[in-house]
Design a protein around this ligand. Structure first.
Ligand code: GLP
Length: 240
């Protein structure tokens, strides 16, 4: 695991953008899994700025999302699909043929998960999974106690996640979601984990301990052959 400590928001966002752009330079048709949340907003803003100067950088990349709320269509204000289009995909000129987002309002959610796995497989797997981190250690919507083998599936949100996300959204969010599973995420050829915010201190500590622990889903990533963690230096108080 490569751990990059960053001092301040600018350095954090630049470090994240550098990693993504470096991956794209190495493989222009990169398949990327995208997170939502507050943490990647600065990264997305830098990528949009880059696209404004040089759109070709993104012209062949393929985009997936990590998760979505169950029951929400892509136009719903709380949907992750809408978030990603607004904050990244529209701004970099991503074409529809290069975007596959989970359909939260699919009539058969289980079939939608299967179809999503098929789309990932058809794209050759995920090259770069960009992840945020939940305070309870969740990655995407894989909450504490989740299976580490599953691919895309319907998952129930932990009460804490639901309450944090509802507070941020200023609206109650659904109690379930569709999510890439930890099995999918661990198969990504490269993982970029973004950790910012005081509430993530314990989860980051669990990851740095390097002991797989099902109560901390993020620890499923320890031992991944290509894991980079970009973290706010203020969270470095573990003495490890
Ligand atoms: C949500 C998403 C996660 C994300 C997390 C952290 O629960 N499902 O994928 O990592 O929020 O969000 P934030 O970056 O706002 O702390």
């Amino acid at each position: 695991m490569q751990l990059v400590w960053c001092d301040g928001t600018d350095s954090f966002n630049t470090a994240a953008a550098d990693q993504v752009l470096e991956s794209l330079a190495g493989k222009p048709d990169l398949t990327v899994a995208l997170p939502t949340g507050r943490t990647p907003l600065g990264l997305y803003s830098l990528l949009r700025a880059r696209a404004a100067r040089d759109r070709a950088v993104f012209s062949r990349a393929r985009w997936f999302d990590l998760d979505e709320y169950l029951g929400l269509g892509a136009d719903h204000p709380l949907s992750y699909a809408r978030f990603l289009r607004e904050h990244l995909l529209d701004g970099i000129g991503a074409r529809e043929s290069q975007i596959r987002l989970l359909r939260g309002d699919a009539p058969e959610p289980v079939m939608e998960c299967q179809s999503y796995d098929d789309a990932i497989a058809a794209a050759g797997g995920i090259d770069l999974a960009i992840l945020g981190l939940g305070a309870n250690g969740h990655i995407a919507f894989n909450e504490p106690g989740s299976s580490w083998e599953r691919t895309t599936h319907v998952a129930e949100l932990a009460a804490q996640t639901r309450s944090v996300n509802s507070e941020i959204a200023n609206d109650p969010v659904p109690s379930s979601g569709l999510t890439m599973g930890i099995g999918t995420l661990r198969q990504a050829r490269r993982i970029l984990l973004l950790v910012s915010g005081e509430s993530k201190r314990e989860a980051l500590r669990a990851l740095r301990l390097g002991i797989p622990d099902r109560h901390w889903p993020v620890t499923s990533l320890s031992g991944h052959p290509c894991l980079t963690v970009i973290a706010d230096r203020r969270l470095d108080s573990t003495g490890l």
